[in-house]
Design a protein around this ligand. Sequence first.
Ligand code: PLP
Length: 419
Amino acid sequence: MDNTVDFEYYNTLMVHSVGNRVGPIAPVMAPSAAFGYENAEEAEGIFAGTVAKPLYARVGNPTNGKLESIVAKMEGGIGAIATASGMGAMSMVSMAILNSGDELLCIGGFFGGTYSMVNETLVRFGISNSFCEVDDFDHIESKLKSGIKMVLMESVGNPSLRLPDVQRIIDLCNEYDTILVIDNTATPILLRPIEMGADIVVHSSTKNISGHSAALGGIAVFRSVDPEHDKLLHPKYADLHKFIKKMGDKAFMPIFKKRAIRDMGMTANAFGSFMTMIGLETLPLRIERINQNVEKVASILADSLPEDVSVNHPSLPSSPDYARYKSDFAQGCGPLLTLDCGTKERAFKLLDALNVVIQTANIGDNRSLALHMTSTIFSDFDEEARKFLGVHDGLIRVSIGLEDPKVIAEDFIQAANAI
Ligand SMILES: *Cc1c(COP(=O)(O)O)cnc(C)c1O
């Protein structure tokens, strides 16, 4: 697979898709909650979906629409739906496709919010789950054979930094007619799962896509459906067939709009989508720079940290995923690296000695960020869950930003020496 990213193409695409050539150059905001209809006939058409005009802001607005069309193009999907947050997108996708009694397979380590959504909230609604390591293909195939409806995975384990064999998992889900959802938050542009054959891609746009930490948001992008031969025509998806009959190749749109957005209201707002687009137009430029920075910082730290603090990143030969990084993620696997300080006390000392890097729970920001894991995001997770997710007491998650990599590395080195 040739997965070399043409950043120049995406730089041109993004600035010209977000900006307008005529009239206001910046995206236009339409924060209205309601939209007037021309006449009763038009209202009927809008509600029937035959007239493409705004209905009411819970089911979408023109500013969201612009963001959705750009991200759909970036990911190679037929459409997208913007949501109030990344978790909004995760819950939209899960609640729209799964029913009580269904089972979900989760491959690899997960972001804390997704892990608790699957393990607590979906379970309360009668949706069971199993988790497995990224390379546990025996478990993956046996679950796919048993007829489950959905598989969930992240492009890069956060904070485990395990890299999955994305193409192999996509091919298996297609072989067994199972919907695959990939959380691509860490690797927009670097990994394009829909072009590789995945069904749905989800982002927390709060992270890399915005970059500025000024807008909470999420988005789900979906592929086109083949009304004659699609895997959605499998009898296990019988309750979705009416949407294929009505909307053909765009069937995922009403599945999410009617079964989640309309009924649960995790919709994005116009101001959030506007701010997200302001970030989006420089995404390719930032992604290229940040991913170069991560490798540089990781390599300086590997050489210069004191012996009792270690750095983990797949670009380092010490990582179990070094070979997969080189073959499948040659231009980077996102902004994260981790530090192992041995104990919580030592991790706290290192964090509190940082002068440049900011302590916060976000990732993918333009600034470098760091956070202790077991005392924060994973504080109410039991030992077994932590072990599975690759989280331990000495672990600090770092998200590298746009600063001079030497400055970031220096900050960590002086802080590690101050423990
Ligand atoms: C942050 C994050 C989410 C959740 O996104 P929010 O915008 O915070 O709701 C989901 N997945 C990953 C990988 C994330 O990093």
